[in-house]
Design a protein around this ligand. Structure first.
Ligand code: ADP
Length: 422
């Protein structure tokens, strides 16, 4: 507490002394100081105790020798009442011996009556009041600290509870998601068997043996066959997706010729392009066509990108190109880039942000023109990632799209989730 504050405030002082002359001596001495004060007098310990029950003081001046009890007991009794205010004991001549006891009992200071002067009184008063106020401030600060500690502990407990709840919810979500993947896998697997039967029997019918079919019947059976084929592809996509999503994807690594794989896959899908009058080009520019990766995964990636390019292009061309991305600093880390480019409907900018997410399509309406599950790109991206590669897309609506996949020429077994080397 700065001195100035102490000088400005009125100090409430209690003087406990049976001798009226001594009480007046204190008042006189205080009057000579610059301190503002309000004095209350008590002639013995009992009166002082009564007064203290109802009034708060800044300081007590207490005569050691009181008629009813000595200062030592009174100091102890005041302190035991929980009074923390400054207590200055006024001792007689030769009482210095008991001063130590008084201080131990909880007095703030002592002053020999024979040495009372206004300077000494003012100094002692200021010291004890200041000390007391500082102590009170420290007590208050400590209490606030304890309270905020308590609050923090409570908040921590609440946070811990919330975290436990979130963890529980997370576990439930994971379980539900696993159930969903399991459900997708089972359904698509179970539906494939009857679908294969439908396709097998339609092919048998198309052989027209032993009885020929009419042209209309042939047309119908052909439609059954091609629709079943579409449905089977979708089922395979769902099955692939649930496998990739559940983390059950195991890479089968081997050395293979990526040139040949590309040419064969393009040849497989050429019929689709021809049906739509699209030109389908292949540009291969690879000195060394040998790669060490998962052949089936690379094939699926190419099939997904190429079938999308053909599906979403109504006129013009689709081009598949393959080249090496040289890494001069580290030839071992060379990548192969596979690009599928089309002159199709393109993808609006906002679509580019979500088309790799499962079940997301630019046109999600039920009346959409292009069929599909919305899983192809999600599977593609997962397969590419599993092989340690990256996929990028550039597209402009009504101009076309370009999907490029960068794959390491050599998949490092340690970098991918689950690997089986053939
Ligand atoms: P699907 O083809 O079954 O709808 P995909 O995951 O393969 O699902 O593709 C997601 C969406 O991305 C497609 O529905 C389409 O909107 C868009 N898309 C993908 N490839 C192309 C492309 N070559 N041209 C235009 N849009 C494309």
């Amino acid at each position: 507490m700065p001195m100035k504050n102490l000088m400005n405030s009125t100090l409430k002082i209690l003087v406990v002394d049976d001798d009226a002359v001594d009480r007046m001596a204190i008042e006189r001495a205080l009057n000579k100081t610059e301190l503002k004060f309000e004095l209350t007098e008590a002639e013995n310990g009992a009166v002082a105790t009564d007064i203290l029950k109802n009034t708060a003081f800044d300081c007590i001046f207490l005569d050691y020798w009181l008629p009813d009890q000595d200062g030592l007991h009174l100091v102890k009794s005041f302190r035991s009442l929980g009074l923390t205010l400054p207590l200055v004991v006024l001792t007689g001549q030769g009482d210095e011996q008991i001063a130590v006891e008084i201080m131990k009992a909880g007095a703030s200071d002592y002053l020999s009556k024979s040495r009372i002067s206004s300077e000494r009184l003012a100094r002692i008063l200021q010291n004890v009041v200041r000390l007391h106020r500082a102590e009170m401030a420290a007590v208050l600060a400590n209490q606030r600290l304890r309270e905020s500690n308590q609050r923090l502990t409570e908040q921590n407990q609440a946070l811990a509870q919330q975290r436990a709840q979130i963890e529980l919810q997370n576990r439930k979500l994971v379980e539900v998601s696993e159930l969903k993947s399991q459900f997708l896998a089972t359904i698509s697997h179970e539906l494939r068997t009857p679908m294969n039967a439908i396709m097998g029997f339609s092919q048998l019918l198309l052989q027209q043996y032993p009885d020929p079919l009419t042209a209309a019947q042939v047309d119908m059976v052909e439609r059954i066959f091609s629709n079943s084929q579409n449905l089977l592809e979708m089922l395979n996509e769902v099955l692939d997706f649930s496998r990739v999503e559940s983390g059950n994807l195991v890479l089968s690594l081997s050395h293979f010729n990526v040139d040949e794989l590309t040419l064969m896959t393009v040849a497989e899908l050429r019929a689709l392009a021809v049906k739509k009058n699209l030109s389908l080009e292949t540009q291969i520019d690879l000195e060394n066509p040998l790669v060490f990766s998962d052949q089936e995964c690379v094939r699926r990636v190419l099939i997904n990108l190429l079938s999308n390019a053909i599906k979403f292009t109504d006129s013009g061309e689709v081009c598949v190109s393959l080249h090496a991305l040289k890494n001069n600093e580290n030839p071992e880390a060379e990548c192969i880039e596979l690009v599928v480019k089309d002159t199709g409907i393109g993808i609006p900018p906002e679509g580019l942000t979500y088309i790799f997410e499962p079940f997301r399509q630019v046109d999600q309406t039920v009346t959409r023109q292009y069929s599909g599950t919305g899983l192809g790109l999600a599977i593609t991206a997962s397969l590419v990632k599993a092989m340690g590669g990256t996929i990028r897309v550039e597209s402009q609506p009504q101009v076309g799209s370009k999907f490029s996949v960068q794959l390491p020429r050599q998949v490092e077994a340690g970098l991918v989730p689950a690997v089986q080397v053939l």
